[in-house]
Design a protein around this ligand. Sequence first.
Ligand SMILES: [Zn+2]
Ligand SMILES: [Zn+2]
Length: 438
Amino acid sequence: MSEASEQRAVFWYPPSYDIRVETAPIPRIQEPDDAIVKITLAGLCGSDLHTYRGHGEDTKPFICGHEFIGQVIALGSSFETDAAGRPSLYSTLRVGDKVVSPFTVSCGECHFCRVGFTCRCVESRLFGTEMTPGGQAQYVRVPRAGGTLYSLSSPDFWGKPKPSPGRSSGVSYTDIADSSLLLLCDILPTGVFAAFQALHHPKVLPMVLTLPYPSSSLFGVTGEVAGVITTPLRPEDAVLTLAIVGLGPVGLCACVSLVDMLAARKVPYRIVAIDLVEARRQKARVMYDTIDRAERGEGEFVVASIEESKGIVEQWTQGVGCNAILEAVGNNSALALAYDLVRPFGHIVSVGVHGEPQMPFTGRQLYNKNVSFDFGRCPVRAMFPLAVDLLVRRQDVFGGVGEPASLIDRIVGFDEAVTSYDLFDKGKVGKVLFDPWK
Ligand SMILES: [Zn+2]
Ligand SMILES: [Zn+2]
């Protein structure tokens, strides 16, 4: 480990809007399952703004940030022996390995982790809180590191075969920049999760599989039983009409993931991508246009303001509405728009972090439309393989920094942390990464 005992880190101070860059002790191993990671890049995320604005319940200063990539510089004693029966990283992770971390700790061993619902691990802790200091620092302690971290040095990652023919952007894993890999901490898996949840829903599967409900499901009847609806689906029945509400980084990742999944299954689609801010709509447009035409599948993709979106969906569907809505904002006006746009027997996936005490609709409204909801945090650790696969193939949109199609606007040092929080809070800058050594 470094001989220095102090590091620089970005602190949040209560009650709100108070960011300070200060020195702090370099974290040390405290538990056998810990790893200490020297950070190469840390992300500033939309959900950091909830803390910044004082919407949390925190009363003491702490180190911010839940998105980081870096190199392991120390490991607890659990890593020293053959940890049979434990997550494989306890046996394979070494000092010097490059790692990326989900934004929450997950043990990898409890029921929730075993079945893949890692965001609800019984030991879940969010980085960038009083209890678990975050990654906007030069070093971070990762609890339960063998279950939490994702090794980018392991042969399982770097040794994977090339992406499937015809769907490859021709990028080798070793070409991927740290700034791109950092998207794996939160926003890319969360976008993939939103798309995945939407397209797997039993109310959406009839369009994906061109089979009527409930034959479209795992437990559907085979068609030999009397009474099965046999009127063939018309081509227009099988076109998926989808809306993405909110084109921040997560919404943009959801757009790219959705298009990728629909193209892979050759599902015809119409997508309306909605945001209040013209610059965000423009970014979505450029990202979509950047994807190779052959890899976009058969579909239409438009960007729209809130008012425009209602007219577009009305016109596309003769007033019926969207099959599914992906909501990536986290407030009641976004949810109310999602309800307005969804068709009867439709599905709403919400990955935004909501803070308001009441939902903007009644139980009767939900009943009357047969609306299904899906809320909550992405199980990032479980979604990593899907997100890595997309990241590698879509370096055209996920690879760059500061280009028109890039998700990441800029990489700055901690001396610009205070300004960056302020600009990000005011919507004047897109995603910012911190290089703690700059
Ligand atoms: Zn985040
Ligand atoms: Zn767990």
